[in-house]
Design a protein around this ligand. Sequence first.
Ligand code: HEM
Ligand SMILES: [Cu+2]
Length: 577
Amino acid sequence: MAEQATSEVQHTEQMSFVRKYIFSVDHKVIGKQYLFLSLFMALVAGTMAYYVRWQLAWPETAVPGAGWIPEPTAFSGIIPPEFYNALVTMHGTIMVFFVGMPLLLGAFGNYLLPLMVGARDMAFPRLNMMSFWTIFTASLCMIASFFVEGGSAAAGWTGYAPLSADPIYTGVTWGLNLWIIGLALEFTSFLMGGINFLTTTVTMRAPGMTMLRLPLMVWMQITAAVLFMLSVGPLVAGAILLLLDRTVGTGFFLPGKGGDPLLWQHLFWFFGHPEVYVVLLPGIGAVMEILPVFSRKPIFGYRTIIWSTMVAGVLSFLVWAHHMYVSGMDPNLVMPFSITTILISVPFAVIIFAFMATLWGGSIEFKTPMLYAIGTVTTFIIGGVTGIFNGSPPVDIFIHDTYFVVSHFHFTLFPSVFLGGFAALYFWFPKMFGKMMNETLGKIHFWWTMICFNLVFIPMFVLGMGGHMRRIYNPMQYDFLKPMQGINQFITYSAILLLLGQIPFIVNFFWSMFGGKKAGDNPWNANTLEWATTTPVPHENFDTIPTVYHGPYDYSLPNQNEDWQPQHLEKEPAAVA
Ligand code: HEM
Ligand SMILES: [Cu+2]
């Protein structure tokens, strides 16, 4: 093994720039490629949200004299209605598929998984490279859809038929076709990724690294990969049928041609609910690594967490029609789906109690990654609890398709993707880039983001309960919404503050990368294997593959141990101080 490794090192030194950094087969480089792609796409999708908010705050027909609503301003009505729909659609699509997945699974999955299981790379490095370039092409497809005749996809991120199935409705032709093709490519990319994640974890673990000694982050990533691979098949089939409806005149989803538009909703949500866990699980996986490190305690209930995740995973295939209570589906099906939906909160509650028990009595250190980890969990709780409201049919009849739902899913997705993503980035940045990030800027970034996020999304619950529909272009066209327009403007101002709050992060990210303090091999005194190798991580990951004797979560040694060695590499458990 060692000889093979050295020859690989020499091999990389001879590699051209293109093979080393662009068409690289090294999981660490590919992980960073995913990181930069997802941060770029976050900028794209984020910008779109601001256009949408802009329009909602200052629609062209703001009504003079109604409360304190200002007259139409120079900003009013700069976005035409069709473009507005396209922006909402692409914001949602890109955030979920081109930010959430590539950030949490693509970047951190690729970078961390081989290191954490103690392998030299992914099982199929070339397939790994292909998965990145496939999602890269998919991203180009998505962005290109803005520049083709007829405009971009505008049928919502859910692409409901018949709106999406017949170009007559949207007027959009190639834009929506490109949206379908882009999604299909993205799915292909993550199928390739999933195969790699699973094969690597099952077959390439270091000696002694049993499945029940795996870091929870790895468990979350492979569970996410399984959920994705099991749920996406029917949707890919559906997407092909949709493309046929649009291009060759079939009518699978068109009632006029004997098709069934509800079939699309079933296919979409059979995938869609597991999909939100695909994004969520690796996000809270990062939390599961960070909480024990910064409270110097083993994670509470390691096995219980794994079991709960599996229960939630299985249940996630049995809840999809909770998105369809008001779609006209068989009312007898409403109750079973409501029951499974409410049941799914049980495993998540168990996991959250395990987190609290982990913190309990720990010597907690509020470094930036820890703040973000705690922020992820607290914010997600609001998302989870409001999900119970949506899951209850009598309540959902009133709040379906309102801003209550918009707020609910942002309270689940924003913590999973951005708060969890930031937690992971602040935590693993020293390993990935060999530098420490600045703590002060990190803390400013955290508090600014947390406060503004809540200022943006809590008022949306109020709007939703007041009946404010989602996906509307001009709230001022509805009399009953006029008195609430001030809230819409408050949300937009808060969203702008939230955006400004990202400046400390951007400064910190680049400044630390190039000029930050050099990081040691294990700056947080953590126990998982990625910290047992040197920084920067050599091409072959470990000089010699370590042998593992314990699970990773024994943090009983005092916090400031100069020569911290990941304890599970020692045969005898370290003495408790
Ligand atoms: C900067 C923070 C964000 C802001 C200000 C924001 C704002 C918005 C707004 C205004 C809408 C349109 C709601 C409507 O009227 O229908 C929306 C929709 C949506 N957002 Fe966000 N969002 C943010 C972050 C995110 C994140 C992180 C995700 C997911 C990872 C996300 C996923 C979605 C989805 C799926 C939709 C639904 C799109 C549709 O209706 O087709 N958003 N967001
Ligand atoms: Cu769902």
